[in-house]
Ligand binder design. Structure first.
Ligand SMILES: Cc1cc2nc3c(=O)[nH]c(=O)nc-3n(C[C@H](O)[C@H](O)[C@H](O)COP(=O)(O)O)c2cc1C
Length: 328
């Protein structure tokens, strides 16, 4: 029998498959089903800074007194924010009562001020860890890479200083010095990094000549990007790595573990194929380990990272050449 247990963020997971943050992890009922279907842990839907501000602004617009009395506006803003956060804290508490797998809360933050307060509340509500979903699009022509990177470092340092539960950071690939930045981030006290977040992407409707949202779900080919970076960074970072984006089947899970991930996170595949896909991923992982004579995850984790495989240059190569791609 193979043993699928793994450690992620200092938490013991029965297997390395995590239901990543999405609309599917926003209710206790779904999380109970995810546990029944075999996931090792769950990341709750993120609490968004924008969501709190939007709800507060909406409430203010609805209330005439807010326009007449500035203190009424303050009161409504405060009350609405607390209400949004309160709903999230209830989700954590109810989920913790209902499942035994680790429950990782998630906040989308762009500053390190009010979030430390919410972090404390999330910890008190019983979350096992906190994933910080931080995304700064480097689109401001006035800001250089160090200005943007500072935001990540400030948030990571502040949150890890303040909280006792493990903190991880879910990151994008929009960094000019990605390797140096991520390795330095891993020294701040965070216990893990999730590579990579996948964002809302704009598309253009050519008939109506307008911008629309599109490409909500990933495809299996998108695994290549996190796979490269996990293989290149896993020997050097001082924290765990979780793979996110493009893991759609058991072979995707195995690839990411071989590259050096401690766990994988799923979203699109759960929307597209349903929760029962988790069972077939676990079966694929178990039978592959059996065939390759591995008894536990540590037997092969990172075996194909840049530090350990025979051909590390394969991860560095970026240009297509006939010799390597086989296509003219
Ligand atoms: C509908 C939907 C909602 C999502 N909501 C969140 C969210 O609230 N917070 C977050 O960190 N990631 C969110 N994600 C991103 C996923 O957690 C994941 O990082 C991304 O979809 C890539 O993984 P995948 O290829 O398995 O879909 C969402 C993804 C989808 C498809």
């Amino acid at each position: 029998m193979v043993n699928l247990e793994t450690q992620y963020l200092g938490l013991k997971l029965r297997n390395p498959i995590i239901a990543g943050s999405s609309g599917l992890t926003n209710s206790v009922e779904n999380i109970i089903e995810l546990e029944k279907n075999g996931v090792g842990a769950v990341v709750l839907k993120s609490l968004f800074e924008e969501q709190i501000h939007h709800a507060a602004s909406h409430a203010i617009m609805q209330d005439e007194s807010a326009n007449l009395y500035p203190e009424a506006e303050d009161y409504i803003r405060h009350y609405t924010s607390q209400n949004e956060v309160g709903n999230y804290l209830r989700l954590i508490e109810e989920t913790k009562k209902s499942v035994s797998i680790p429950v990782i809360a998630s906040i989308n933050c762009i500053s390190n001020t009010e979030w430390t307060d919410y972090g404390h509340k999330i910890e008190a509500a019983g979350a096992d860890a906190l994933e910080l979903n931080v995304a700064v699009l480097p689109s401001d022509p006035e800001k250089g890479s160090s200005d943007n990177e500072k935001i990540y470092f400030d948030i990571a340092r502040k949150m890890t200083e303040e909280l006792n539960i493990p903190v991880s950071m879910k990151l994008s690939y929009y960094f000019s010095g990605l390797a140096k930045t991520f390795i330095s981030l891993s020294w701040t006290g965070i216990k893990g990094m999730v590579l990579f977040n996948r964002f809302y992407s704009p598309d253009i409707d050519i008939e109506h000549e307008e911008v629309k949202s599109s490409f909500v779900f990933s495809t299996p080919a998108e695994i290549a990007l996190p796979l490269r970076w996990i293989a290149m960074l896993s020997p050097y970072v001082e924290c765990d790595l979780a793979a996110s984006t493009g893991v759609h089947d058991g072979s995707g899970v195995i690839k990411q573990l071989l590259a050096g991930a401690s766990a994988v996170q799923l979203a699109s595949v759960l929307y597209k194929k349903g929760f029962q896909e988790i069972g077939s991923m676990i079966e694929t992982l178990e039978s592959w380990m059996d065939r390759h004579n591995y008894t536990c995850i540590d037997d092969f984790k990172g075996k194909l990272s840049v530090a350990k495989n025979d051909n590390p240059a394969a991860y560095e190569r970026v240009q297509f050449m006939k010799h390597f791609s086989g296509i003219e």
